[in-house]
Design a binder for this molecule. Structure first.
Ligand SMILES: [Zn+2]
Length: 70
């Protein structure tokens, strides 16, 4: 996974997990269903916000976000 030391904060987008655009190490996550050829649109997610799990049955790596409390 390619990481970037800083967010691109020029846009209005926020990290979908913490809902902020604070600076920090960032990864690009492709948006499912939005892909043209080899070009995918992606969102910026703070590396520190990721807490991925692997669903062995469906072979997904995922993180459920929002809508529930820990
Ligand atoms: Zn975040």
């Amino acid at each position: 996974m390619r990481t970037f030391p800083h967010r691109n904060t020029s846009g209005k987008d926020v990290c979908p997990i913490c809902k902020s655009n604070k600076d920090g190490e960032t990864v690009l996550i492709a948006i499912e269903g939005i892909q043209e050829g080899h070009i995918a649109q992606a969102i910026q997610v703070h590396l520190e916000c990721l807490d991925l799990q692997w669903n062995k049955q469906h072979n997904f790596i995922y993180q459920k976000i929002g809508g529930f409390s820990k």
